[in-house]
Design a protein around this ligand. Structure first.
Ligand code: BGC
Length: 329
């Protein structure tokens, strides 16, 4: 080979080597730099878990939003987990898994039964504070409850019917799930409130499985079994919307007094349109935010107070018209 061709090959090889070498240094630096950034990002003050009744539920998303707001403000890593569809068994498994993962604190919906009580103990043994949110299990070792006073919220629903109707009222109740304690408490509160009136009668109670379609079907069977129904109460967030849908299908022109729960935008719209008469407002974002605040406090102290009730109130069309609707984010 000629000297000049050899030189040419050496130069090319040298250039290839040099560019690979520089590339290696450059990309190596970038990789480490990114990893460094990721490590920094992973340095949170605490790691908390929020366990909800059902992952894709608008009401629970509002709780999550409140909790995430607090998390962002305080550099906390918040893990939101939930069964895809409401299911106590799956929720309890998630709770167990979060305890095993040794997170710093767990905020969860309370679930009826021995297993929840045992898991709350397990959390306590491992020094993982557990807070119930939305639904309380007072008999468990949970460190605190944040949410609505569900018995009182049920009373408000009863009060609404007493105050806004005249004559005999035959009430059908559409409830989220029979096994959910908060639903049981709301119904108990409702019964307690109507005790004082002899013209309000509960004629049937059916489950919606916390879905709109379930509430529409429950409405349908309630009306089929009890055509005398002239008042319907929905005790979970999508029930009022489902009741309207169900009624529209079966008896669009029947005059039924409807009380709903929660202030999802659809519910508010139906109140504005005069299709729902009243709703019992809960403040899920506030619950989420407050629960995180309480959880941070629990990282260093036990609390004297263990029940933190968030606000509940009756909202009617008049209320909505009076208010600049700023309460709902
Ligand atoms: C209840 C929650 C329930 C939700 C269902 C709310 O009114 O407080 O427990 O998961 O409705 O949409």
């Amino acid at each position: 080979m000629k000297y000049s061709s050899k030189l040419f090959i050496y130069i090319i090889s040298g250039l290839i080597f040099l560019s690979s070498f520089l590339g290696m240094i450059y990309y190596g630096y970038k990789t480490f730099h990114i990893e460094e950034e990721a490590i920094v990002q992973r340095e949170y003050t605490y790691h908390f878990a929020l366990i909800s009744e059902e992952s894709d539920n608008k009401y629970w998303h509002m709780i999550e939003r409140g909790a995430s707001e607090f998390a962002a403000e305080h550099n906390i890593y918040l893990e939101y987990v939930a069964p895809q569809k409401a299911d106590n068994d799956q929720l309890l498994k998630l709770l167990d898994r979060m305890i095993s993962a040794r997170v710093d604190g767990i905020i969860t919906q309370g679930v009826e039964g021995r297993r929840f009580v045992d898991l709350a103990h397990k959390g306590l043994d491992r020094r993982i504070p557990i807070i119930t949110i939305d639904t309380d299990i007072k008999s468990s070792a949970r460190k605190a409850y944040v949410g609505t006073d569900n018995f009182q919220a049920g009373q408000l629903a009863g009060q609404t019917i007493i105050e806004n109707t005249t004559g005999e009222q035959y009430v059908g109740i559409v409830t989220g799930r029979f096994e959910a304690i908060n639903q049981q408490e709301r119904i108990a509160g409702f019964k307690d409130a109507i005790k004082s009136s002899d013209r309000i009668h509960i004629v049937g109670v059916k489950e919606s499985n916390i879905t709109q379609i379930g509430a529409a079907q429950a409405t349908y069977s309630l009306l089929k079994e009890h055509p005398e129904i002239n008042a319907l109460v929905g005790t979970s967030a999508l029930d009022g919307i489902g009741i309207v849908e169900g009624l529209h299908e079966i008896v669009p022109n029947k005059n039924v007094y409807i009380t709903a729960f929660d202030i999802l935008p659809e519910t508010i719209q139906l109140i504005e349109e005069g299709k729902i008469d009243a709703t019992i407002a809960q403040y899920p974002e506030e619950m989420g935010y407050k629960a995180m605040e309480v959880m941070v406090e629990l990282q260093s102290n036990d609390l004297l107070e263990t029940q933190f009730f968030t606000e509940t109130k009756i909202i009617t069309k008049e209320e909505i018209e009076k208010l600049p609707w700023g309460e709902q984010k």
